[in-house]
Design a protein around this ligand. Structure first.
Ligand code: NAP
Length: 494
């Protein structure tokens, strides 16, 4: 399908590229950015420019914070039930328009349409879940132990929030922050990734239609994220930074946020181990590994980055996984037949290729894939590597692509030591039929989330987040909304 045909396909479902690139979304209006040029948005499947979006400078960032500040008192005072109903409407509209949104995500991100559909359902669910949470933000009331007074604790909205999101889940990473922030009574400025701004703008229009008041959600794109973000974080009206992205940028932003002692939630990088014990059900382990590795073509913070397989099941696991990986259909994200779409940029492909070459140079063997193809589009083939040595760079760094590095292990203690030998601690996967052993091993793994006998861990109803340098705080579950509140204690003499 060419770009024009794709645009038409979006049109027929009420969404078009023009709507998604009208301008910055500030105070409920579409405004021209004052940055020097408009930012191109590229289709990773074809390398064609889809459209251009507005470019915010420091004045535009200040205008976005002004709009959020103006809307803040009214939104904080809005009854929780009313906030809940608006959030519910966001869920309903996203669900009604899921096909168009999925196509848009596929176009700007490159991910396979089936992954994009999954993302829209996941992203919408944050609105449904937080609509339910909005009316259940309870406080505490009790008599002080000394008996002289009472203790009242209320969860107040924390204030204006700056939200920064990556390109790999353009809808879900935004709604995972916006929905709980709004449920808590906060107003926000979202800065989506430069590669995938269209979904963020399409959703901004949808929030307005759902009844989110002007200024409660503001969205700006910029070619200068460092200075624009620093300016917003330095504004004393901003009280929260919620960031999802790489650990490197997270560290920079934590240092920046320290200047105004901002509350920070950080969802950072991962290096997930996937462990298959001899007693695992082979089919379950293969199915789980395919999901954990290949959802989003490996471009996920939770992606299995190191696969450890016990010696007794090693040969059959390697053979079965290689068969599944080499059979995957590679193609344009928006083609319904595609199972593995392109990577986000040419730079991402080069990085994956370098990691593979480094592993092979150190003794790993490629059983399928393993080389960057020629031609248009940012493609990298599904790749299985065996005998990946412990000093290979991919053992320590996120691959962020369709490469499955497999290493044999012998004992439980050995694999746990290997799994924990990383600065990251986001997700881990364990496969065994012995649930007792599975729970025992899960508790010894330093990861915020462990999937036992399954390849998918994300769930809007569960706390998502990492240990160690994978982050601070949790998104989703009952924890997600509390990240956007400040507990206030009032000592009362009755
Ligand atoms: P990234 O380079 O860290 O960028 C993330 C966001 O930060 C983008 O919006 C980016 O804007 C912005 N940014 C970059 N430099 C900045 C600066 N100096 N000041 C303020 N903002 C800045 O990460 P990415 O490549 O987009 O995403 C991949 C990473 O995200 C991986 O490490 C992955 O593991 C992680 N991730 C984590 C989770 C989780 O929940 N833990 C979920 C998804 C992804 P520009 O686009 O303009 O550069």
């Amino acid at each position: 399908m060419n770009v024009a045909a794709r645009t038409t396909a979006l049109d027929t479902t009420g969404l078009d590229l023009e709507t998604c690139s009208k301008g910055l979304f500030i105070g409920g209006e579409w405004l021209e950015g004052h940055g020097a040029y408009r930012i191109p948005v590229v289709d990773p499947s074809t390398e064609a420019i889809l459209t251009h979006v507005a470019n915010a400078d420091l004045d535009d960032a200040a205008a976005a914070v002004d709009a959020a500040a103006k809307a803040a008192p009214g939104w904080a005072a809005t009854a929780p039930r009313k906030r809940s109903e608006i959030l519910r409407r966001c869920f309903e509209l996203m669900t009604e328009r899921s096909e168009a949104l999925a196509l848009l995500i596929s176009l700007e991100n490159g991910k396979a349409l089936r992954d994009a559909r999954g993302e829209v359902a996941y992203a919408a669910e944050f609105f449904r879940w937080n609509a339910e949470e909005a009316v259940r933000i309870a406080g505490d009331f009790g008599r002080a132990p000394a008996g002289a007074n009472h203790i009242v604790v209320e969860y107040q909205p924390i204030g204006i929030c700056v939200l920064i999101t990556p390109w790999n889940f353009p809808a879900a990473m935004a709604t995972r922050k916006i929905a709980p922030a709004l449920a808590a009574g906060c107003t926000v400025v979202l800065k989506p990734a430069t590669e995938t701004p269209l979904t963020a703008y399409a959703l901004a229009a949808l929030y307005k239609e759902a009844g989110v008041p002007d200024g409660v959600v503001n969205v700006i794109t910029t070619s200068t994220p460092g200075p624009v973000t620093s300016a917003m974080l330095a504004d004393p009206r901003v009280r929260k930074l919620s960031f999802t992205g790489s650990t490197g940028v997270g560290r920079t932003l934590l240092a920046e946020a320290a200047k105004t002692v901002l509350s920070c939630s950080m969802e950072l990088g991962g290096n997930a181990p996937l462990i298959v014990f001899d007693d695992a059900d082979l089919e379950t382990a293969i199915e789980g590994a395919m999901v954990a590795k290949m959802r989003n073509a490996g471009e996920a913070c939770t992606a299995a980055n190191r696969i450890y397989v016990q010696s007794g099941i090693y040969d059959s696991f390697v053979a079965a996984l290689t068969k599944r990986m080499e059979a995957l259909a590679i193609g344009a994200g928006s083609d319904p037949a595609t199972e593995c779409g392109p990577m986000i940029t040419a730079k991402a492909v080069i990085k994956i290729d370098e990691l593979v070459r480094d592993a092979v140079d150190r003794g790993a063997k490629a059983l399928c894939g393993g080389a960057k193809p020629a031609g248009t589009g940012f493609y990298y083939p599904p790749t299985v590597l065996i005998d990946v040595p412990a000093d290979a760079e991919m053992t320590h760094e996120e691959i962020f692509g369709p490469v499955a590095p497999i290493t044999k292990f012998h004992t439980e203690d050995e694999v746990i030591a290997k799994a924990n030998n990383t600065e990251y601690g986001l997700a881990a996967y364990v496969f065994t039929k012995d649930i007792g052993r599975g729970l025992k091993v899960s508790r010894r793994i330093e990861a915020g989330m462990v999937a036992l006998n399954r390849g998918l861990v994300s769930d809007p109803a569960a706390p998502f987040g990492g240990m160690k340098q994978s982050g601070l705080g949790r998104e989703g579950g009952q924890h997600g909304v509390l990240e956007f509140t400040e507990p206030q204690y009032i000592a009362v003499t009755l």
